[in-house]
Design a protein. Structure first.
Length: 546
């Protein structure tokens, strides 16, 4: 009920009640010193919190003397948020529940919480060692530090006449993925980095959310770009310990979907041929370490289906955003894998339309140590899983996701899958292994264990892809990139499911072709690319029939 009240109250005007809260600050208040430390290190840790009155849970209170009066808007991120070393500085108040309108959080969430395990109305960044003035009464602080730590709620009482009060909170890991070689990243974040205070904000934000690699994207359109970056390439990376900011681009962005370029040495833009995405793919890939992805795949958003079905045939797509805004697109991912495409699973928050940095994460295996270069190498190799909660470990014959495995027809493949998630993050309901044949293995979790394991031998009947997915009862999910098993060296093509999948791609292409023909001046370059993609799928269809 408290959650519902919080959500409804955020949608209402606060002007009528803010004066009474400020009046409370004029009364005798207690200076509450809140200190958040990491159990493993004993050190103060930047964190994400929400402090609320139990008598009025719809109005969070921020460090210092400020009372929350509005949630942050996307416009705040366009302008840039400046970090301050003042220990009582706090980050933007982010909307975590309720219907979004793209000015406060994406409409794509519908009424789902931004983080499956965070039920409070808002969330904001704090230093981890700060003070707040609170009047007498019952209070609650809620703390979150990324999905490798347990979220916490702590109630406390402020008694009349108390001058000072100490509150200590200790963050506790439920899993340490870096120790196991896996480091988290967010492939899709928007904020300018052309001022030191902006870079400091992002770096401290990443530390508060315990995320290691933040890809900060300058966002383009036909007329220009937004979220200006200081620069691109190694020279402009910002790293502090195992936390790095790396600039990239979301560009082009047109009626054919949005493209992401990661780990780039220079920005690629050509407004004279803006809709010829394949040219951008080629120019990005001429940069030694650049990676190209299609944004918003998780919900088929931003006109993705008008562009991806034909641009994917160019061979220039390295990854897709499989998880975003709490939505995952297992069906379309499987379709493309069934046609023989090799696509790495990635996840991006799309902050500021996403509520918080790293709310969906791309976990990349880097081995015994972390660096930005190693993270991108692992992403390129497809050694990834995406998650907004559980951890997922998947291997085939000991090979990581993204690997190509050569087998003879009739041979067996050893599959090892383990999903881990405590109830505070999301109770696992089932663990599923998918492949060309659909569901290969599935294990339910009636005993409500924190860990679910599948260890099975799989007989290779044909070349196939294989991937694992963990589902939780609160909507949290984890999905691996596929392994690619080649039987007798033959390419992967699901001849049974292929014709239907190809038929859908051809329908998308036909729709786009018709739209182009209906324009006053059809673009011959687009018409040619659609024709080439159609021929690609027709050739695949012939292979399915033989």
């Amino acid at each position: 009920m408290r959650i519902l009240i919080s959500i409804l109250a955020l949608a209402l005007s606060l002007t009528a009640i803010i004066p009474s809260l400020y009046a409370q600050e004029d009364e005798a208040t207690t200076l509450v010193h809140i200190r958040i430390t990491d159990k493993a290190t004993g050190r103060v840790s930047p964190s994400m919190v929400s402090i609320i009155s139990k008598n009025n849970p719809s109005i969070p209170v921020l460090p210092g003397k400020r009372v929350f009066d509005t949630i942050s808007r996307t416009a705040d991120f366009y302008k840039g948020i400046s970090f301050s070393k003042d220990r009582n500085w706090s980050g933007p108040v982010r909307k975590m529940n309720g219907q979004g309108n793209n000015d406060d959080r994406s409409f794509v969430y519908d009424l789902m919480p931004s983080l499956p395990y965070w039920k409070e109305a808002v969330l904001y960044q704090v230093s981890g060692d700060f003070t707040v003035n609170l009047g007498p009464g019952q209070w609650q602080i809620n703390t979150e530090h990324g999905n490798e730590y347990l979220p916490m709620s702590r109630e406390f009482t402020v008694r009349p006449g108390t001058k000072d009060q100490q509150i200590e909170l200790v963050l506790q890991r439920w899993i340490d993925l870096p120790v196991l070689g896996w480091y988290s990243g967010d492939v899709h974040v928007h904020h300018p980095t052309n001022q030191p205070a902006y870079r400091d904000f992002l770096l401290e934000y990443a530390k508060a959310e315990d995320i290691h690699l933040v890809n900060v994207l300058e966002m383009g359109h036909h007329k220009g770009t937004e979220f200006k970056q200081e620069g691109f390439g190694q020279k402009f990376r910002i790293c502090s310990g195992n936390t790095c900011l790396v600039s990239g681009q979301e560009d082009p962005r047109s009626e054919f979907g949005h493209i992401i370029g990661l780990n780039i040495d220079e920005q690629i833009r050509d407004t004279s041929a803006y809709n010829y995405y394949d040219q951008v793919f080629k120019r990005l890939h001429r940069q030694p370490a650049a990676l190209v992805g299609y944004a918003h795949f998780s919900w088929n958003g931003c006109d993705l289906l008008r562009g991806l079905p034909w641009f994917i045939t160019s061979g220039g797509i390295d990854f897709v955003e499989l998880l975003q805004f709490g939505k995952i697109n297992t069906l379309n991912y499987s379709d493309y894998l069934n046609l023989g495409f090799r696509i790495t699973a990635a996840a991006g928050s799309d902050v500021p339309w996403g509520s918080t940095l790293g709310e969906v994460r791309t976990f990349v295996y880097t081995g015994n140590s972390f660096s930005a270069d190693k993270w991108f190498e692992g992403l390129r190799a497809g050694n990834t899983f995406v998650s907004n909660g559980p951890a997922l470990f998947f291997s085939a014959d000991g090979f990581l996701p993204g690997s190509e495995i050569q087998k003879k027809t009739g041979a067996e493949l050893a599959l090892q899958v383990r999903a881990v998630s405590p109830v505070e993050i999301g109770r696992i309901t089932k663990l599923v292994v998918y492949g060309n044949e659909g569901i290969l293995f599935q294990k339910e979790n009636p005993g409500k264990q924190d860990s679910v394991v599948i260890n099975s031998m799989y007989k290779i009947n044909e070349s196939s892809w294989i991937a694992a997915v963990a589902y939780c009862e609160n909507g949290a999910v984890a999905h691996s990139t596929a392994v690619y098993v080649l039987a007798d060296g033959k390419p992967i093509l699901n001849k049974k499911a292929g014709p239907e999948i190809i038929g859908r791609q051809l329908e998308y292409i036909q729709t786009t072709e018709q739209e182009e023909k209906n324009k006053p001046a059809p673009d011959p370059g687009i018409v040619l690319r659609l024709k080439t993609a159609r021929a690609f799928y027709q050739a695949l269809l012939e292979q399915c029939r033989n």
